[in-house]
Write a protein that binds this ligand. Structure first.
Ligand code: GAL
Length: 672
């Protein structure tokens, strides 16, 4: 069975709507509903007074309808009574302002009162429902990530620091507190980063984010162990959210959940949304070691920077199958029914305000059928497999968000997404690896791409060297290998950790003003960043063509042992990265999933299934398979030309209305 469903909030509706919900879920082929995520104030209306009758009835109705339940602990949103009873458990921001209820996530994870209240409601839920026949999964909390800088947090931070650094001398050294007279002579002097006069100590900020990740994880583990204790057969998870503000290192958390569950909301209305979907799917698969679950996405909207963009017909299906192709155990959404009020009343849902007589619900019905048909074929299909790995490191992201850096717009996420996008556009499938957590995974890859891996430990540097010496192809982008994991710079020239293997020494950075671009002598365009690079064993592949660096190396390549190591000292354009990574992949003998695809077509191989997504409007023929505009085809067998293909979804989403299926073929491509 593939999971298909999403957040279901019956507490927002009168009971008479619940029967219709179950009937519509059955019509759409929904297999699972996530219940209770924000229901704390309905389950415990005042401290110690519990009301479970309504939830009993909801779970029973879902069970009678054959729908499974991911039952949540509602601890992300404490009720108003909690605030008034335990004001010291409310979060305090860096400016010292204590927040109050009125939204969600108003709690301090280090506050004993919060932890006790959370465990109390979790215990009630666990003991009541651990053996309910509808229960398929526990969904702990919602999107851990809440930040607090209060005195309780300060005390917990100090304990964490003592464990990590051992003594104050070690901390003073790791944090370079000799700078600006910050030397600590007593643990009690150490605070979480709070509003201060000028730039904070970057090492303090970095350790605080690591602490917060561990502190939140401890709160999750407490609940997980409680739930497991009531029924060890039910998997436990929590939904991961991504964002620059989130102090959670998901790569570290992944081993603590029974299935990695990810919320993903693309932010671009054009093909960028598909590129983001692919990126999120590949990253989540990496966290999950192959398998994962899309826990939330928006059925019918893409949040762009300043507005909601309704998805075109067929796009819900393509996005959903995109996640599934990249290893998700299903497709789940926020949310089932669009609420009548509340802060997110216009967030889209499978059942919108218009009701089931709507394009989104009709597409959901088709998608439910599609997933049902696909499930048996996926049961034996291993997750997508790749010979190319990209590094991901939450701590490097955090380090590059600070102040006092050479440019204020350094963009870790943007840099990683850019190399993934370049591979995506060449139909080169990529995995992610997590050198900040484990260094053992480079071995089987042919190509390792290292964008903005700012923090690098000595063992990681050694593993990368070994990877190349053993025949791997390494591509390191600027701002990698600069500092030790504690944030102190590696001396002797950048990129310290990788200088030897790359055969280069960078002696000066020249960040470039926003909007300014320049060319290299091979015709590539670049922006953002330039460096003065000295070669020490590497050959120059492209040089800066003008300005003060004219004639000096911009992109280099070095044979090292049995492998090759490339260095990219500048912010190549998308086309530049695509060309470079195409060359590297070809040299490394890595084939695209399907060669020569038009830009609008995405191919993903999962086991012996080939998923073909046509994000454009015209029919495209891949091998012997015609993929209609806006449609998806899943082909069995390793080659599209000698296989059977099936169209998925109801006719409308796969061939959007108004898209004649005999439109001229845009381009033909052959599977690789
Ligand atoms: C998610 C969150 C949901 C809902 C959704 C839409 O990140 O878990 O509760 O808020 O975003 O904004």
């Amino acid at each position: 069975m593939l999971f298909f469903g999403g957040d279901y909030n019956p507490e927002q509706w009168p009971e008479r709507v619940w029967d219709e919900d179950v009937a519509l879920m059955r019509q759409a082929g929904v297999t699972i509903a996530t219940v209770g995520v924000f229901a704390w104030s309905h389950l415990e209306p005042s401290e110690g007074r519990f009301e479970f009758g309504w939830l009993d009835r909801v779970l029973d109705k879902l069970h009678e309808g054959g729908i499974k339940v991911a039952l949540a602990t509602p601890t992300a949103s404490p009720p108003p009574w909690f605030t008034l009873a335990y004001p010291s458990a409310m979060p305090v921001n860096a400016d010292g302002v204590r927040l109050t209820h009125g939204s969600r996530d108003t709690y301090c994870v280090s506050a004993p009162a919060y932890r006790t209240a959370a465990m109390t409601i979790a215990l009630k839920i666990a003991s009541r429902y651990a053996h309910h026949p509808a229960l398929a999964m526990w969904h702990v909390h919602n999107e851990y990530g809440t930040d607090c800088r209060c005195d309780l947090t300060a005390a917990a931070f100090r304990t964490w620091l003592q464990k990590k650094h051992g003594d104050l001398d070690a901390l003073n050294s790791a944090w370079t507190t000799a700078f600006w007279s910050q030397r600590y002579s007593d643990w009690a002097q150490i605070m979480p980063p709070r509003a201060t006069q000028y730039l904070p100590n970057p090492a303090q900020v970095l350790d605080f984010r690591r602490f917060l990740s561990d502190e939140l994880l401890a709160a999750y583990i407490e609940q997980r162990d409680l739930l497991r204790g009531h029924n060890p057969d039910i998997p436990v998870t929590t939904n991961f959210v991504q964002g620059g503000w989130v102090s959670v290192d998901h790569a570290r958390w992944a081993s603590e959940v029974d299935i990695v569950a990810v919320d993903h909301y693309p932010s671009s209305s054009g093909i960028g949304a598909e590129e983001e979907t692919a990126f999120a799917g590949d990253l989540a698969r990496g966290w999950g070691g192959g398998s994962w679950l899309l826990m939330e996405t928006a059925p019918n909207l893409i949040y762009t920077r300043d507005r909601m963009h309704a998805k075109e017909p067929g796009r819900l299906t393509r996005h959903s199958l995109g996640y599934v192709a990249r290893g998700s155990a299903g497709a789940m959404y926020f949310q089932w029914r669009q609420p009548r009020g509340g802060a997110e009343m216009f967030h889209s849902a499978l059942v919108p305000h218009a009701g089931p007589d709507s394009p989104v619900f009709r597409e959901a019905v088709g998608l439910g059928r599609t997933l049902k048909n696909l499930a048996p074929r996926l049961a034996s299909a291993p997750p997508p497999d790749s010979q190319i790995a990209i590094t991901w490191d939450a701590a490097s992201w955090w380090a590059l968000q600070g102040g006092g850096l050479p440019a204020s717009d350094l963009d870790y996420l943007g840099a990683v997404r850019q190399v993934h996008r370049a591979l995506f556009r060449s139909s080169l499938q990529a995995d992610f690896v997590f050198p900040g957590v484990s260094v053992s995974s480079f071995g089987d890859y042919r190509v390792l791409v290292v964008p903005h891996l700012y923090l690098v430990s000595d063992p990681v540097a050694a593993a990368v060297r070994e990877f190349v010496a053993g025949g791997g192809h390494l591509v390191v982008g600027y701002l990698s290998g600069i500092a030790l994991p504690d944030g102190r710079v590696r001396l002797g020239g950048y990129p310290g950790a990788f200088r030897e293997v790359l055969g280069v020494r960078v002696v000066e950075w020249q960040p470039v003003a926003p909007g300014e671009s320049f060319v290299l002598d091979d015709g590539s365009h670049a922006s953002r960043w330039r460096e003065r690079v000295e070669t020490a064993g590497a050959s120059t592949i492209a040089r800066y063509a003008d300005g003060v660096l004219a004639g000096s190396p911009a992109v280099t390549r070095r044979r090292f042992g049995a492998g090759v190591a490339w260095y990219v000292s500048t912010g190549l354009s998308d086309e530049g990265w695509q060309r470079l990574l195409g060359v590297v992949a070809a040299e490394a003998g890595v084939e695209p999933v399907v060669a020569g695809l038009p830009d609008s077509v995405e191919a993903v191989r999962r086991g012996d299934l080939l998923f073909l997504f046509n994000h454009g409007e015209s029919v495209v023929t891949v091998g012997s398979t015609a993929v209609p505009g806006g449609g998806v085809r899943v082909v069995s067998g390793l080659s599209a030309s000698s296989s059977t293909s099936s169209a998925f979804g109801c006719p409308a989403p796969i061939t959007p209305p108004g898209t004649p299926s005999d439109k001229p073929t845009a381009k033909s491509a052959s599977p690789g």
